[in-house]
Ligand binder design. Structure first.
Ligand SMILES: O=C[C@H](O)COP(=O)(O)O
Length: 274
């Protein structure tokens, strides 16, 4: 990948940050197509209890993005806690004859704060285009949600040295929405080859792409949270979150285990980017 690198204080090599260091970290779980009422009940109460008995949310935001049918359960289980909840997708339409879709205002009706848009599994299995993802981000923001725009390259694209051109292409219609929108987004960089594979991008690999994304965002980038996603675990979270432009994580498999998820959130709360 063609990005300039420089040594940091840990002796590792990664692109230098242009970011302000005042960005609050965010650790967001993505449950994907997992859960039952019973299993969710135990998971939500264990995470709620773990957060209540720690200082995590004093310095790190934490939330879970659940399947649509469990939004009411998440709202009921988490209301009054410091945890946020949200969904994994949203319709680009406000209302109308769109069978099977769920609107942004419906998500707000169940107290959602976040919604993922453009996850690679949506792009891959539902042919979501870059423009559709931008439309979803816009309608989510207009409804008062915080969209988490997911971007990232496939293994073939990385090996062809196309990582930066891919994330640039994916972000182009989002950036075209203008500063007022961009400043309020969260962006999740998730290299597709690292999702659910156990192959995490190294902190330096992730930092290189995050620094490039921050640069693409221009002045608006100073306040935008850039999450890393892809096989984040309790054991590797701190080293990823210590990188200058990694402002937290989007967590898949490890978010289904309360102890592991809390360990990652602890890393978000205790790790200072250098
Ligand atoms: O949205 C989450 C990502 O797809 C990462 O999933 P993973 O942590 O299971 O690799």
């Amino acid at each position: 990948m063609s990005v300039s690198t420089a040594s940091n204080s840990s002796g590792s090599t990664a692109s230098k940050s242009t970011a302000s260091k005042s960005i609050r970290k965010l650790v967001l779980g993505n449950w994907k197509l997992h859960g039952t009422l019973s299993a969710n009940g135990s998971l939500l109460s264990a995470v709620r209890e773990g957060v209540a008995n720690s200082a995590i949310t004093a310095s790190c935001d934490v939330g879970v993005c659940v399947p649509f049918p469990y939004l009411a359960q998440a709202e009921s289980a988490l209301t009054g806690s410091d945890l946020a909840w949200g969904a994994q997708d949203v319709s680009a339409h406000a209302s109308g004859a769109y069978t099977g879709e769920v609107s942004a205002t419906m998500l707000r009706d169940f107290g959602s704060r976040y919604v993922l848009v453009g996850h690679s599994e949506r792009r891959m299995y539902h042919a979501e285009s870059d423009q559709l993802v931008a439309d979803k981000a816009k309608i989510a923001l207009d409804a008062g949600l915080i969209p988490v725009v997911c971007i990232g390259e496939s293994l073939a694209e990385r090996e062809a040295d196309q990582t930066l051109s891919i994330v640039e292409r994916q972000l182009a219609p989002v950036l075209a929405l203008g500063s007022d929108v961009v400043r309020r987004l969260v962006i999740a960089y998730e290299p597709v080859w690292a999702i659910g594979t156990g192959k995490t991008a190294s902190p330096e690999q992730a930092q290189d792409v995050h620094a490039a994304i921050r640069k693409l965002l221009g002045e608006d980038g100073a306040s935008v949270r850039l999450l890393y996603g892809g096989s984040v675990k309790g054991a590797n979270a701190a080293s990823l979150f210590a990188m200058a432009d990694i402002d937290g994580g989007l967590i898949g498999g490890a978010a289904l285990n309360a102890e592991e998820f809390l360990r990652i959130a602890e890393a978000g709360a205790s790790t200072r980017s250098f």
